[in-house]
Design a protein. Structure first.
Lengths: 500, 438
């Protein structure tokens, strides 16, 4: 019988060995995938045993996110608290038990929970664990400026819209505001969450306050896109700054007339003979329509891609909270870039099926301001350990070369003309050269527009660049409603700008 | 090391090692959960060690030549189990401690009562056979029977809850060892009329499966039967036919019995991307939030252990809230392995499984050394039953096979299981002593 017993022994031992193999599979191979699952309650609870790092505004003092300690079932748990009750809520996001995470709380989770691969952090966490001390995360210091961000949020209040202001030379994001906004302290409770979702919106039919309109809101850019069209024309030397055009008040596309914006007497504006600067300054659709037809859709789209369209700006937010800009198929809610399917005339002045994010348009202004180079937009200034030492400091990086410095210089004069004598005079700041471009995009509803203003200043040494957008403006033109907000933001940030 | 030359001295030495490990385990649970636990907890380790020294003294008197590793390994497994049960709920550990006392007492009675010649059991084989069947059907009886988690496996006797299936397993092995020893030559010829009993036992296992709704026990009894039949007759064809019959029965059960069907579905698709019908609520839900949430959360528990584990007492088994919710129901019985895997990690879980493997290796060595057919069959049957039971529950938890509620020998919380496994250990020591004495 011993032969059979040996065989049965072998079989029994193989059964048990299979258990070791399977345990290895779950604990080594499958573990990362399981840990990432949203319904994994252990990972969620385990994260609450960690004292998450704080989040500070750029002054390094204003606390945007901190923790409250609570004892539950014999464990000390740390729950998130947002002392500002709403400050760039969509950017900071939230970290809750029930609803997981969003915003920087999600994308910077590794730093905030000290699970990043930084050697000093690993050592600190290990010693915390061995001593049985609470693991404490790294603190984030953001580039967001307290005064300007608050100003932007209050200026947008009551409207749906967004504002983005950044430093064109470094990419540091000073303001990223989205309206309507919410109080992140309400997210955790079911009642609070429902109240955020159900809050009446200033713009009927639009999505909730949780959406970061600055990076995810998709808007028709209108005339602000003429900046990209002009860059395409100038970079390819199809037209020069001195090229002259004739504006009859309309442009003929596929045999149909597309009229310019209307005068108060309901007749289409007509400027007659104009040069390139004047066409841009007064935002003449008919001229840009013809420029578009001459350039062709492919050239314009290729230039747009050099500006970063069709890709997500590499900001530190979670990838699914940033949308790419470009031509959208509304039915499929998907991007397309086939020039054959595009009407180049309408594309040239920013209509067609073009949808853009405020962040992308801020980067268009920043490209002009920074000699054609777009820097990677950065929300985080530095990461500090809980002891106070700096873990990493964010350095400026180039993202895109959008156009030649020569073209950027020409466009800078164009944009300054818009503010000095064109459609954007309301953004003027005494003593400071402001450059800008208005946009008033049709929404499909009569007399209801999406109002835009993109800008940078001071024009000779740009410190800020940005975009302001307001949805659903009844007879609201970009120069009238968006430009004044942009002016306030520039004044708040630029040193020496008079506040009146 | 002259003192370590006799088997019993070696046993005492290894028990001392186990005692130290137990003390370290309890101490680390204490340190990790300072707010809940007092220094008295170390009393558990002392009490535990004393209990095993008592078992050792009985073994020294009754079976001096028996294998010196089996008792310390059983002690280690029980210690690991009690430590984890204590960490999960101190009051359960106290009850488990009482059951271990009862187990050791029965172990001592078995050793002392059968120390002259355990082979007298052969004469009562039909008593064991009938006993096994009666025990298996006890939970079916009204009043005392109880359904837990969809399977009918429990009986009530006053304040006691018993799982008679655990004892049926030992009784079945004793019966089979005696019966097969007697009939092995006849069976080996493979005449159709001799295959009758095989079919009867197959039918019995299927009945158990249908009647108790329990896939795991059916597989366990039938697996033990096939292994012992193979050892007795050396005919692989019996095993293959048996497996085919079991699979056929399993397919029918899958088609006809909702509980079995559900278990298999959970096994194959524990996660769904879309909401499916949820029998518990009658509404629609993701399967991981409904039928399979126990398995899925147990997998999360194992996975979160990683290589080193969270450390004893540092794992997460409660979801904070008002009131806090148990992460995995039945965590200290069916899912003790996922708790251990979370806190001890791959290193600890693999070490635990290696102890199980060593126990099996030693048990099988006892079977190889035994002189007579009954002893060989008994030792091999007990050891294989131990191994297969471990595989069925841990394999179920690890999603190798469909999950069925069954205890992890010596480790899980549960009186019947502890006592039955002490009897199993007594059987192995008795056979080992006899084999080494001749």
């Amino acid at each position: 019988m011993n032969k059979q017993i040996s065989r049965i022994s072998l079989f029994a031992l193989l059964l048990l060995a299979a258990l070791i193999v399977a345990t290895t599979y779950w604990q080594a191979w499958a573990a990362p995938g399981l840990a990432a699952r949203q319904d994994n309650a252990i990972e969620r609870v385990a994260q609450f045993e960690i004292k998450r790092g704080r989040i500070y505004a750029s002054d390094g003092k204003t606390v945007l996110a901190t923790n409250v300690r609570r004892k539950s079932a014999g464990q000390t748990l740390y729950f998130r608290h947002y002392p500002t009750n709403g400050f760039a809520s969509q950017v900071i996001g939230y970290s809750t038990q029930g609803r997981s995470r969003a915003g920087l709380e999600r994308s910077e989770n590794a730093y905030l929970t000290a699970s990043n691969a930084n050697l000093g952090t690993i050592w600190e966490r290990l010693s915390d664990r061995l001593r049985g001390a609470t693991v404490t995360g790294n603190d984030l210091v953001l580039n967001l400026k307290v005064g300007a961000e608050r100003l932007a949020e209050s200026a947008l209040k009551g409207n749906c819209g967004a504002a983005v202001v950044l430093n064109p030379k470094t990419g540091a994001v000073y303001v990223m505001a989205s309206s309507p906004t919410y109080n992140p302290n309400l997210i955790e409770s079911d009642k609070g969450f429902a109240s955020i979702l159900k809050a009446p919106s200033a713009c009927p039919g639009s999505s909730s306050a949780l959406l970061d309109r600055a990076t995810q809101g998709l808007y028709t850019p209108g005339s602000t896109f003429k900046t990209v069209t002009a860059a395409a024309a100038l970079d390819d030397h199809v037209f020069g700054p001195d090229s002259s055009f004739y504006d009859p008040g309309y442009c003929t596309e596929y045999g149909q007339r597309i009229s310019n914006a209307l005068n108060p007497d309901q007749t289409a504006e007509s400027y007659g003979n104009v040069n390139f600067l004047e066409a841009y300054e007064h935002s003449i659709n008919a001229v840009f329509c013809n420029i578009g037809k001459t350039l062709g859709a492919k050239r314009i789209l290729d230039k747009a891609k050099q500006f970063g369209f069709y890709s997500k700006p590499p900001i530190e937010l979670p990838s699914n909270e940033v949308a790419p800009s470009g031509l959208y198929n509304f039915a499929k809610h998907a991007l397309y870039d086939d020039p054959k399917l595009v009407d180049p005339g309408r594309l040239a002045f920013g209509q067609e099926h073009l949808l853009v994010t405020p962040l992308q348009m801020a980067l268009v202004a920043a490209a002009v301001a920074n000699h054609g180079t777009i820097m990677v937009p950065r929300l985080v200034k530095e990461v500090r350990s809980h002891g106070g030492s700096v873990v990493t400091k964010t350095k400026p990086h180039v993202w895109k070369h959008a156009m030649t410095p020569r073209t950027a210089g020409i466009l800078s004069t164009f944009m300054q003309a818009v503010v000095t004598g064109g459609t954007g005079t309301q953004a003027q700041i005494p003593g400071i050269k402001v450059a800008g471009k208005t946009g008033t995009a049709e929404t499909g509803k009569p007399h209801v527009y999406t109002a835009w203003f993109i800008f940078f200043a001071p024009a000779d040494n740009p410190q800020v660049a940005g975009a302001v957008v307001l949805e659903n403006q009844l007879n609201g033109f970009g120069g009238a409603v968006a430009a004044p907000i942009a002016k306030q933001l520039m004044q708040a940030i630029l040193p020496g700008a008079s506040k009146h | 090391m002259a003192a370590l030359t006799t088997p019993r001295n070696r046993e005492l030495f290894y028990l001392a090692v186990v005692g130290i490990l137990t003390a370290v385990g309890f101490a680390s649970v204490y340190i990790a959960r300072r707010s809940l636990v007092s220094w008295d907890s170390l009393g558990y380790a002392v009490f535990f060690f004393a209990l095993y020294v008592a078992a050792h003294l009985v073994a020294r008197r009754a079976v001096p030549n028996a294998d010196p590793y089996l008792l310390p390994m059983a002690g280690l497994l029980t210690a690991v189990g009690v430590t984890e049960i204590y960490r999960l709920g101190p009051s359960d550990a106290f009850k488990q401690g009482l059951w271990i006392v009862i187990g050791v007492v029965l172990f001592a009675i078995a050793l002392l009562g059968l120390r002259r010649d355990y082979r007298v059991l052969e004469q009562y084989k039909y008593l064991f056979g009938v006993g096994a069947i009666v025990l298996l059907f006890l939970p079916r009886l009204p009043v005392i029977g109880e359904t837990v988690n969809g399977a009918r496996l429990w009986v009530h006797a006053g304040p006691l809850q018993l799982q008679p299936g655990e004892f049926a397993k030992v009784a079945l092995i004793v019966f089979l060892a005696a019966y097969l020893r007697e009939k092995r030559e006849v069976l080996a010829q493979g005449r159709p009329k001799d295959v009758g009993p095989l079919l009867v036992i197959w039918g019995g296992c299927m009945l158990v499966l249908v009647e108790t709704n329990d896939l795991g026990s059916g597989l366990l009894y039938f697996g033990i039967f096939l292994a012992m039949l193979y050892i007795a007759t050396a005919r692989l064809s019996f095993v293959l036919v048996g497996i085919a019959l079991f699979l056929a029965g399993g397919v029918v059960a899958y088609e006809k019995i909702a509980h079995v069907h559900e278990r298999v579905t959970i096994w194959i698709h524990p996660w769904t991307a879309h909401k499916v019908f949820c029998p518990q609520t009658g509404g629609l839900a993701l399967r991981q939030d409904c039928e399979s949430y126990q398995l899925v959360r147990s997998l999360y528990s194992i996975a979160s252990g990683g290589f080193g584990g969270s450390g004893l007492g540092k794992g997460t088994f409660l979801i904070p809230g008002k009131p806090p919710v148990q992460l995995i129901p039945y965590v200290n019985t069916d899912f003790i392995y996922s708790a251990l895997a979370q806190e001890l990690g791959l290193i600890g879980a693999a070490a635990l499984l290696l102890v199980f493997m060593l126990f099996v290796a030693r048990g099988m060595k006892v079977a190889l050394q035994a002189d007579d057919g009954f002893s060989k069959l008994l030792a091999a049957g007990l050891t294989f039953g131990f191994a297969l039971q471990t595989f069925i529950i841990v394999g179920g938890v690890l999603r190798i096979i469909p999950l069925t509620g069954i205890t992890l020998p010596f480790v899980s919380y549960g009186g019947s299981s502890i006592v039955a496994n002490f009897l199993l250990l007594a059987g192995l020591l008795l056979v080992s002593h006899r084999a080494n004495s001749s």
